[in-house]
Every structure is written in structure tokens, then in C-alpha cells.
Write a protein that binds this ligand. Structure first.
Ligand SMILES: Nc1ncnc2c1ncn2[C@@H]1O[C@H](COP(=O)(O)OP(=O)(O)OP(=O)(O)O)[C@@H](O)[C@H]1O
Ligand SMILES: [Mg+2]
Length: 256
């Protein structure tokens, strides 16, 4: 399988307002293959969002580089759709118009973009809120709207920063299954950040545990696809979850 995104000796150090250097990522080498679903977990503050922001092109590496399809990432691109940890919506646009935004910018005719918006609003269960404003939605609903917006834009790569963390368990399970269905159909290269070990084992092809500026563990997910909801209660699945949980826990204990 071809390489989609390559991180070469990627390091990122932030300079705080008070002039202090905060090293976050140190000499990371990682190849994300085309169509791969890569999951990143690690203790809070270990640099997951920073890693995603660098891949998205919002943050510039301090040293090293990121390549997508062999080209150096120099800034944000519509080919990399990002679901942020904090919801990013246009408060003055109605729900449906938020989903249509990217399509509008690209000059897609009204009827066509309305159809796409409806399809993705339905997918996240917000079809009855098409005319509402974002402030009329709950936190979880806003998150679902952001996901619909990113899907509607049909990017080549999906970068998702804990997209389901604010959701109740049944909604989360449904969206995880929807995301897997979508991934199976379109096989978009995905980098997905999570704190949830069940989510990690269910969704991923590969899991990396990030800690103390580096990749602390890499785990090739053995479960064949398609994966059904029932897999969650399979003893082998629970065993895999425990293994990742153990590694994650050990790393969290080591976190500074
Ligand atoms: N713009 C910035 N300026 C200075 N320091 C920053 C900046 N952004 C992030 N950091 C620091 O970088 C480190 C990693 O932050 P990051 O947001 O990547 O963590 P994270 O793994 O996503 O955490 P969480 O799980 O809580 O979302 C933290 O110590 C944070 O304080
Ligand atoms: Mg984060």
C-alpha cells in the first residue's frame, strides 16, 4: 500500500509568551499508509493535538517535515478535513448552511449542496435541525454538526481530534459504526485521536500511544473488518482493550 502521509524527524517546540521553550514532539518518524485508519492515544498534554495540527498544516514543525503524497505540507489544505477538539462552527449560519459552507466556497450549485447537506445531517441524526442556529444545539449536537460539515467536504484525509468524546454512549456507538461504514466505503486515510480504548480497538487499523514527546507503543490491530457492534463484547476484543489500557495506563503514570 502506498504511503499517504510521512512524518520525518518531526519535532515541535512551543515558545510560551514568557519566553519558555516547551518541547512537545521530538524526532517523530511515522508513515501513515493510504487508506489507513490510524488511532493516536496518550495522556492529556502529551502532544496529540499538536501532532494533528502539524499534519493539518496549522502548526509549522520546529524541525523535520511532513509529506503528503510526497509533497511537503506547508499550510492547511481542503484535502485534509479537520474535526477539531473544540467545535468550530459559524454561529450566524443555520445548521444546514454550516454543512454547505465548504461546498458553497467551491461553487457547487445550490440544489446539489443541499442534497449533500441533507445526507450528512441525516447521518449524524440532525435532519430535524437543519434550520436551527448552532447556539440552539447542545454540545454533543454541535459536535455531530461539525462531523457532518467535514464529511460533506469530501477531503482525501480525515484528521479527527476526539470527535466523539462529548457524546453519550449510545450516540457515540452509533457514530462509531457510521464512521466505520463510511471508512469501509471510501477508505479515506484517517488520523483519529481518542482517549477511549474501546473506540481505539474498534475503529483502528493501527494504534500508536504517544507519550513524553515520542511514540511509546505501536499496535497493529488484528481484528478483521467488517467489524460489527457485537465485537465490543467479544472476549478477544476485551483482551485487546485491556492490553492497550495497560500500555496507556503505564504511559500515563510516566507522564510528566
Ligand atoms: N500554542 C501553544 N503555546 C505553548 N504551548 C502549547 C501550545 N499549544 C500546546 N502547547 C503545549 O503543548 C503540550 C501538548 O499540548 P496538546 O494540546 O498537543 O496536548 P494533547 O495531547 O492534545 O492533550 P489533551 O489530551 O488534553 O487534548 C502541552 O504541554 C501544552 O501546554
Ligand atoms: Mg488535545
Amino acid at each position: 500500500m502506498k504511503d499517504k502521509i510521512v512524518l520525518q524527524n518531526l519535532s515541535k517546540t512551543f515558545q510560551t509568551e514568557s519566553g519558555r521553550a516547551v518541547p512537545v514532539l521530538e524526532d517523530i518518524n511515522l508513515t501513515i499508509r493510504d487508506n489507513e485508519f490510524l488511532l493516536v492515544i496518550g495522556p492529556s498534554g502529551c502532544g496529540k493535538t499538536t501532532l494533528l495540527s502539524c499534519i493539518a498544516g496549522f502548526e509549522e514543525p520546529t524541525s523535520g517535515e511532513i509529506l503528503m503524497d510526497g509533497e511537503v505540507v506547508k499550510g492547511p489544505s481542503a484535502q485534509r478535513g479537520v474535526v477539531f477538539q473544540e467545535t468550530a462552527l459559524f454561529p450566524w449560519r443555520r445548521v444546514e448552511k454550516n454543512v454547505e459552507y465548504g461546498l458553497e466556497v467551491r461553487g457547487m450549485p445550490r440544489q446539489e449542496r443541499k442534497k449533500i447537506a441533507q445526507k450528512y445531517l441525516e447521518m449524524v441524526g440532525l435532519q430535524d435541525f437543519a434550520d436551527a442556529y448552532p447556539k440552539e444545539l447542545s454540545g454533543g449536537m454541535k459536535k455531530r454538526l461539525t462531523i457532518a460539515t467535514v464529511y460533506a467536504n469530501n477531503p482525501e484525509v480525515l484528521l479527527m481530534d476526539e470527535p466523539f468524546s462529548a457524546l453519550d454512549y449510545p450516540t457515540k456507538c452509533r457514530l462509531q459504526m457510521d464512521l466505520m461504514d463510511l471508512w469501509t466505503k471510501e477508505k479515506k486515510t484517517t488520523v483519529f485521536i481518542s482517549h477511549d480504548v474501546e473506540e481505539a480497538v474498534l475503529l483502528s487499523d493501527r494504534i500508536i500511544v504517544l507519550n513524553r514527546h515520542k511514540i511509546a507503543l505501536e499496535y497493529q490491530n488484528p481484528f478483521p473488518r467488517p467489524r460489527r457492534d457485537e465485537l465490543r463484547s467479544d472476549p478477544k476484543f476485551i483482551e485487546a482493550k485491556e492490553y492497550i489500557k495497560g500500555a496507556y495506563w503505564n504511559e500515563s503514570q510516566k507522564a510528566q
